[in-house]
Write a protein that binds this ligand. Structure first.
Ligand code: ADP
Ligand SMILES: Nc1ncnc2c1ncn2[C@H]1C[C@H](O)[C@@H](COP(=O)(O)O)O1
Length: 207
């Protein structure tokens, strides 16, 4: 069983991934953020580092998908924090459409993505955390990573628009949309229970 949690920056993916992994006793796969050699530079100068960062994330996410595939064959459950689909369909597309990634770099990147994606299995469940801008901003501030302090509201808004578009056309498997605007699964176990019930119902037909 493979559940992938998707959503904008600060939506609460990592927090929920850890809680679900604990609940189901499954393995959790997080993003490569702390050791990412481009992320800080990218936020300082997006046009300069966009291509480098996308190639880095693409490779790291592809390796992760291959690792997950091996775990799946061993019949173990997996919770994944963010997917390779979001790199291409959300972040790279947004950078290109915003004029922050040159045409030839984007074409080059998409060719690479297209070659890789045929080797990627979609998750059994895609869990989209939908959050409005005030919630995202509040949670990014709460997390307080210094390189994210200057993220523009416009950037988050465009990412949210791409998420809605992509989720609206997602047909690769089961999809569960959770509106997290009024959920506090950090401090309120009942809110976590609501999400777990909805996962069980979508995946196993329970409840
Ligand atoms: N539903 C929630 N209610 C309250 N706080 C939350 C919720 N989801 C996340 N947080 C807090 O918001 C911050 C960002 O969450 P995080 O899981 O790192 O988001 P993401 O992985 O999507 O970027 C963390 O400090 C986390 O504790
Ligand atoms: N593909 C990506 N392009 C640009 N930035 C990305 C990409 N994937 C992740 N990020 C950034 C966004 C955040 O600053 C960090 C971690 O993501 P988060 O949603 O907070 O888990 O990496």
């Amino acid at each position: 069983m493979h559940i992938a949690i998707v959503g904008n920056i600060g939506a609460g993916k990592t927090t929920l991934a850890n809680k679900l992994a604990h609940h189901f006793n499954w393995e959790v796969f997080l993003e490569d953020v702390d050791h990412n050699p481009y992320l800080k530079d990218f936020y300082d100068d997006m046009p300069r580092w966009a291509f480098h960062l996308q190639v880095y994330f693409l490779n790291s996410r592809f390796r992760q998908t291959q690792h997950i595939k091996r775990i799946q064959t061993a019949n173990k459950g997996v919770i994944q924090d963010r997917t390779i689909y979001e790199d291409a369909h959300i972040f790279a597309t947004n950078l290109h459409q915003s004029g922050l990634m040159a045409e030839r770099d984007y074409d080059n990147y998409r060719n690479l993505f297209d070659s890789m994606i045929s080797m990627v299995d979609p998750p059994d469940l895609l869990l989209y955390l939908r959050a409005d801008l005030p919630k995202l901003i509040q949670q990014i501030e709460r997390r307080n990573r210094d390189y994210e302090n200057n993220i523009k509201i416009e950037y988050l808004k465009h990412l949210n628009e791409h998420y809605e578009q992509w989720i609206g056309s997602y047909k690769d498997g089961k999809l569960l949309i959770i509106d997290v605007n009024n959920l506090d699964y950090v401090n309120n176990p009942e809110d976590l229970g609501v999400i777990i019930d909805r996962i069980n119902s979508t995946l196993f037909g329970l409840f």
